[in-house]
Design a protein around this ligand. Structure first.
Ligand code: PLP
Ligand code: ZN
Length: 423
């Protein structure tokens, strides 16, 4: 047994082989009785554990097998099915020009913007809302930089539950507010940044006013785990091996934590060896980079940044709540973390768009980060890399319009149009 494997002795607190464990002190808790997001004993983050993980037989051997979306992996989730729209099964794009320009052996882009509400948050919500039904709550809530609120609004209303979202005023992209609004959430615009919104939602949840569905909720991360499972299967089926590295944007570091958990579970069941675990590589915007700071300084915790700024509003977060799960993920897999400027993010957004892949700014951070790390020689030219693009271009139409070409007004006449084209 290696140190990455997960021990699985079923405690008395388990229900149908599922329980919660504190990652700090190891205390166990029942999964669906009593509502808790952190450890009663020490306040540490909780992780979902299973008595029986699937064997992941033929993992990545069968090209037809993985086309099932999130619930294909139900054996590695707390339930067999959930409130589904459906989510997952997103494309793994080829980007030959970028691959060439950046200079890696292979580059594929896992476009999570192709989920039902346009971001990977749907994978977490399909599981999280199912758990909320099991617990029997009637009001769901989240703090959000936008995409969490869009996903929660859609999945919550599908389930017939009330949804409350807290957004930082003036810092959420137009498409995301439109989604939350039309799906019928109650939207509170807070005069403060995302981290303050989350402080308030946590207080509301602690007072029993709502069930919290931010990524602090460990069940969200179970759904997001399937990003890693899909990448591994798709890449193996199409490229004949697992990727060496996965590069992703980091906000609250939920995905970073979820990827790491997926890899540990795959290793525990023997589906992959420790040396086949991809290097988890996180990217933050320079104006909002507490996790990068912690990796660079060698800290085992992050220091909250009170003032954060970036046009990549989805990752404008100064206090990544999942850092205690994510930092070991980056380190134990041999990955790293890097910060990129807003200009580099916009350049990467344009480069992806040239390949036909439309993403919002935060998503392009993955490509921008890979560019930087390749230029610095941290990423080798022999590596097989997957970049995760987390949200769709239409989420942030203002950023897209600013990065793209301007419309040219012309008269409604063919000759005038021709003249304009020639001038
Ligand atoms: C939520 C989100 C992120 C950040 O993901 P974390 O799991 O919080 O690190 C990145 N990009 C987009 C588009 C998002 O919506
Ligand atoms: Zn604890």
């Amino acid at each position: 047994m290696t140190h990455l494997e997960i021990t699985q002795d079923e405690p008395a607190e388990a229900t149908d082989g599922v329980w919660l464990t504190c990652i700090e002190c190891g205390e166990h808790f029942p999964p669906f009785e009593g509502i808790r997001y952190t450890c009663d004993e020490c306040g540490g983050l909780l992780e979902v554990r299973y008595a029986d993980l699937p064997t992941f037989e033929d993992f990545g051997d069968d090209e037809s097998a993985f086309h099932g979306g999130v619930w294909r992996y139900s054996d590695a989730l707390p339930f067999d099915e959930g409130v589904s729209l459906p989510e997952g099964n997103t494309p793994l794009h080829d980007v030959p020009r970028l691959e060439d320009e950046i200079g890696v052996e292979r580059l594929r882009v896992k476009h999570e913007g192709m989920n039902p509400t346009g971001s990977f948050k749907d994978r977490g919500m399909t599981v999280g809302v199912r758990v909320a039904q099991e617990i029997g709550v009637d009001r769901l809530a989240c703090a959000s930089t936008g995409n969490t609120s869009a996903a929660l609004s859609a999945y919550g209303s599908r389930a017939g539950l009330e949804v409350l979202v807290l957004l930082p005023a003036g810092k959420v992209a137009a498409g995301k507010i439109a989604q939350a609004s039309l799906h019928g959430a109650r939207i509170l615009e807070v005069d403060g940044n995302f981290d303050r919104c989350l402080d308030i939602v946590k207080d509301l949840a602690d007072r029993g006013e709502a069930y919290l569905l931010n990524s602090l909720n460990p069940f969200r991360l179970e759904g997001q785990k399937t990003i890693a499972l899909e990448i591994m299967e798709q890449f193996r089926a199409e490229e004949g091996q697992f990727p060496d590295r996965i590069v992703l944007p980091v906000g609250n570091a939920g995905n970073t934590a979820a990827l790491y958990k997926a890899f540990r579970e795959l290793e525990t069941t023997g589906a992959i060896d420790e040396n086949q675990i991809p290097k988890i590589t996180g990217v933050q915007a320079a104006g909002s980079a507490p996790l990068v700071e912690a990796i660079e300084e060698g800290w085992d915790h992050i220091e909250r940044w009170d003032d954060v700024e970036t046009k990549a509003t989805a990752i404008r977060i100064g206090n990544p709540v999942n850092a205690p799960k994510a930092l070991p993920g980056v380190r134990e897999t041999g990955g790293t973390a890097v910060a990129v400027s807003d200009e580099e993010i916009t350049d990467a957004q344009r480069s992806l768009a040239e390949e036909g892949v439309g993403v919002e700014p935060a998503s392009a951070a993955s490509i921008a980060g890979l560019r930087t790390l390749r230029a610095e020689g941290v990423v080798g030219d022999d590596e097989q890399v997957v970049c995760l693009t987390t949200g769709h271009l239409l989420k942030d139409p203002d950023a897209a319009a600013e990065a793209g070409t301007d419309p040219e007004p012309v008269p409604a006449d063919t000759d005038d149009v021709l003249e304009h084209l020639r001038s």
